[in-house]
Write a protein that binds this ligand. Structure first.
Ligand code: AAO
Length: 467
């Protein structure tokens, strides 16, 4: 596993969704299911199978974004404007391609006037009413649970390794357990016998609402939304925050236990103002700080990490809000453009491919190399210069102050010459970027200009030069 650059990736919802023309094909139409057929703008079932097979054969796992809390918006009407042409009728609550009918929705259980969630401080509304008008499935029904499990088991048969479960906050944890208990073990073509799907639940708990992340621990991991919101605040130096305060990052900051947490700097919602996290969230648009944030996350032992990979869209801020927050992936008349790879290994066609940026790609390797090693050798200047290591396998130094960092630090690493994997790579036993010399006592001198392209340095034992 340590040789893999990426261990796995999460794909957009692969099941049939509504087609929206106004606005034109927004990214978020994929969160409005019409059926559980594998048929979207990303491809059909044969193409999905082919992708999963080819990835599994080279050790790359695929997780699926499972949208099972709801179907499409309640006011979408009737017709066949869906990615596979399946008929639906929202007025009649009719989705014959599943099939779901009026019995299978929560309308009778919701007590708000609109039928939608109006108050997040009422946990019954949050679970029984419609999230932004989306038709809310009645998950206490065994029939509904079985349909969801059938969809997910179909994906498991194809070879997926697990699921992000969308809008988990809007489902009762016990109802989720009921369909999760129906899931099969992973496909033994690629996974050991008895292996269970990896599950992580999208629950936005920033504190201050009655629904808490810990209600979901029994079902799998849970998204820790405080992580990206706080890390962005610290790197932006808002509210008097400093990097030195990250010394007790993790549970010490009021986050959930590390072995429950799924962490990320940004996601597909909050990189464009949807969901939660607010203005502090760092994204590829703030590339310099973003690379530091992702670098910090990947070096730090807290949580199960997820890296975002995006596309560019024409942002247009009107009164502080991006009115283009709906724009879908790069496309030609609706057909998604391929992810082309440039000679320098970045992506073309407006795909950002953060996961291919040298600094991020190399920090994924760093994380694999230091896996299981303890947090060690913390140093800070009581301001925005900090450093820490992971046992005797890796060490990272950040300068987010407005002045140069120049200091000798205990790295915990064996003596030798190391390539900084942020400014370059180790290629043919040579460094294309900065070199760091660790002496026999583990000490090394670091110098980072505050105006450096990337004001951080990371070294690890696989980036050591053999002499
Ligand atoms: C679209 C249209 C809607 C239309 C609807 C139906 O935009 O106008 O009514 O269709 O026709 C995505 C898009 C939606 C889109 C939807 C369906 O984001 O715009 O609606 O597809 O096409 C809540 C949920 C969370 C959800 C998030 C967006 O809890 O589950 O909203 N995320 C997932 C997906 C997301 C997807 C869906 C769910 C639906 O990742 O892509 O929606 O499948 C509070 C609550 C949060 C709540 C937010 C946002 O957060 O705590 O639970 O998230 O509000 O409403 C501070 C607070 C923080 C608060 C935040 C925002 O930060 O501390 O707690 O402010 O107020």
């Amino acid at each position: 596993m340590a040789h893999l650059v990426l261990g796995s990736f999460l794909v957009s919802p692969p099941n049939e969704n509504i087609v929206i023309h106004n606005p034109s094909r927004p990214w978020w139409e994929r969160y409005q299911p019409i059926s559980y057929k594998l048929c979207t703008r990303s491809g059909n079932e044969d193409e999905f199978r082919d992708m999963v097979k080819r990835c599994n054969n080279v050790g790359v796992r695929i997780y699926v974004d499972a949208v099972v809390n709801h179907m499409c918006g309640n006011a979408m009407g009737a017709g066949t404007s869906s990615t596979c042409g399946s008929y639906f009728n929202t007025g009649a609550r009719d989705f014959p391609s599943v099939p779901y009918s009026a019995w299978d929705f929560n309308d009778g259980k919701c007590s708000t006037g609109s039928g939608d969630i109006e108050n997040y401080n009422d946990m019954y509304q949050v679970r029984n009413c419609r999230l932004v008008g989306l038709l809310d499935l009645a998950l206490e029904k065994d029939y509904v649970r079985s349909k969801i499990a059938e969809y997910m088991n179909h994906l498991i048969d194809i070879g997926v390794a697990g699921f992000r479960i969308d809008a988990s906050k809007h489902m009762w944890p016990g109802d989720m357990k009921a369909f999760l208990d129906k899931l099969k073990n992973l496909n033994t073509n690629w996974f050991p016998g008895g292996a269970r799907p990896f599950i992580y639940q999208e629950v936005i708990d920033l504190g201050g609402e009655p629904i808490k992340s810990n209600e979901y621990y029994g079902n799998g991991r849970v998204t820790e939304f405080k992580y990206g919101a706080k890390l962005g605040t610290v790197l932006r130096k808002w509210n008097g925050e400093k990097l030195s305060y990250l010394k007790n990052w993790g549970e010490g900051w009021g986050f959930m236990p590390s072995n429950r947490a799924l962490v990320f700097v940004d996601n597909h919602d909050n990189q464009r103002g949807h969901g939660a996290g607010g203005a502090s969230i760092l994204t590829f648009w703030d590339a310099r700080l973003y690379k530091m944030g992702v670098g910090f996350m990947l070096a730090h032992p807290y949580g199960f990490t997820r890296v975002m990979s995006s596309y560019r869209w024409p942002r247009n801020f009107v009164n502080g809000k991006d009115v283009n927050d709906w724009i879908g992936p790069p496309n030609d008349n609706g057909k998604i453009k391929p992810v082309t790879i440039n000679p320098d290994s970045t992506c073309g066609n407006d795909w950002v491919c953060e996961h291919r940026w040298r600094q991020i790609r190399n920090m994924v390797t760093f994380r694999n190399v230091v896996d299981g090693q303890p947090f060690a050798n913390w140093w800070d200047n009581e301001n925005n210069q900090v450093a820490f290591g992971r046992g005797n396998r890796g060490f990272i130094v950040f300068n987010n102050d407005d002045w140069e960092l120049s200091t000798t630090l205990q790295t915990g690493l064996p003596a030798g010459t190391y390539c900084d994997v942020i400014s370059g790579d180790k290629i043919d036993n040579q460094c294309t970027g900065i070199k760091i010399y660790v002496s026999g006592d583990g000490l090394a001198h670091f110098k980072i200009s505050n105006t450096a392209e990337d004001p951080f340095i990371a070294i690890h034992v696989d980036a050591k030069i053999n002499s």
